[in-house]
Design a protein around this ligand. Structure first.
Ligand code: KG4
Ligand code: ZN
Length: 352
């Protein structure tokens, strides 16, 4: 069994191949991050045009990397939501053309399911945590934290998700990106905040929104707190004369911001996992690349934790192939009238 997964929901054109054991045979990622960086965020029209340019060479590279022939592909999986409509359309239409040409089934994948299943993909140097083999016997808590989403999801069986809570306003990654912009750091903000926070002096903590009694999150108040502190300490708005800002002040705010996000995400995820009697915790999505978030969760959790390597955390085709494999085994086959659904919710596009 070889399944090819196509991901174009945002600003990465990525195609991966996994086999029937969930082993990643290829995972080619063409990122547009430099193209959008000059605008300080993703420009949808630019993103979809770039996908058109990149998708064919990325696909050819993925098949070459996997060391397979086109005829070895048994199914084509593609993200059909959530994401940017214009970006999703490029990958979904390409997948239909490929599936039709090869005469193999088309399998639609929910991008958020895909993020979760990135944690079930195996690589040469990474096997699954033992608790991940218990899907269906005991629930598994999944924290999905990306640029567009912050969700606590219970995986109750393969392809069977229960959304427990999500953010009421900004996603965690979005908060990182917005805080970075206030601090005059580059885009994407997450890696920048992490980098400058490493050498930060002690700074006064920023508030935490606990949303007690719920599994929900909120990060917009923290974003405002960053803005207010930046104003108070004189680094925002930026000096029009181009006077360099005090890097210690920037680092201090960045660290206080990161500490607040990490504390809330880790504390609430562990509490929910214990309450739901979970076998373990899975951390996925672009923000799962954050070092302090990974380290704190592993250190504080009494349950085993699985976090995929960086390339399987941010948007990638291998996670879509892996989720496609699960959908395929659950019997999912799509017709060529499958449409993009930009606001698709987690777990709503799988057949169980
Ligand atoms: O999952 P992803 O690649 O794309 C979406 O589906 O959104 O996530 C991108 C997000 C961005 O907001 C970026 O700032 C954040 O992930 N991110 C990080 C780090 N690396 C990427 N956030 C915190 N720390 C990082 N090291
Ligand atoms: Zn994503």
């Amino acid at each position: 069994m070889k399944i090819l997964g196509i991901e174009t929901s945002c600003d990465e054109t990525s195609i991966g191949v996994v086999d029937g054991d969930g082993m990643v045979l290829a995972n080619v990622i063409a990122t547009q991050v430099d193209i959008h960086a000059r605008y300080g965020g993703i420009v949808p029209e630019v993103a979809s045009r770039q996908h058109v340019l990149d998708i064919r060479p990325v696909c050819e590279q993925a098949v070459a990397d996997a060391g397979i022939d086109w005829g070895d592909i048994d199914a084509v999986a593609a993200t059909h939501g959530p994401g940017l409509a214009g970006s999703l359309i490029v990958g979904l239409n390409f997948s239909k053309g490929l599936a039709a040409t090869l005469g193999v089934p088309l399998v639609g994948v929910n991008h958020m399911d895909g993020h979760v299943y990135g944690a079930w993909a195996r690589t040469e140097d990474r096997d699954l945590e033992p608790f991940q083999e218990l899907v269906g016997e005991q629930p598994i808590m999944c924290l999905v934290v990306s640029g567009g989403h912050t969700e606590l999801v219970l995986l109750e069986g393969h392809g069977k998700f229960r959304l427990l809570g999500e953010t009421r306003d900004d996603a965690a990654g979005e908060a990182f990106d917005k805080a970075a912009r206030v601090l005059g750091l580059g885009y994407p903000g997450g890696p920048e905040i992490q980098r400058v926070a490493e050498n930060a002096p002690e700074a006064e903590p920023l508030p935490r929104a606990w949303m007690r009694g719920t599994d929900e999150f909120s990060f917009s108040g923290l974003k405002t707190a960053v803005l207010n502190r930046a104003r108070k300490l004189g680094i925002y708005p930026p000096d029009p004369s181009g006077e360099p800002v005090d890097t210690d002040v920037v680092a201090g705010i960045a660290k206080a911001f990161q500490d607040s996000v990490v504390d809330v995400l880790v504390t609430k995820t562990i509490a929910a996992a214990k309450r739901e009697n979970c076998a373990g915790i899975v951390l996925v999505g672009g923000v799962a690349a954050n070092g302090p978030l990974r380290e704190t969760l592993v250190k504080k959790s009494p349950l085993p934790v699985s976090i995929p390597p960086f390339k399987l955390c941010t948007d990638n085709g291998a996670m879509i192939a892996m989720s496609g494999l699960v959908n395929y085994r659950n019997g999912r086959r799509d017709d060529f009238d499958l449409d993009v659904i930009p606001s698709l919710r987690i777990g709503t596009s799988t057949l169980v």
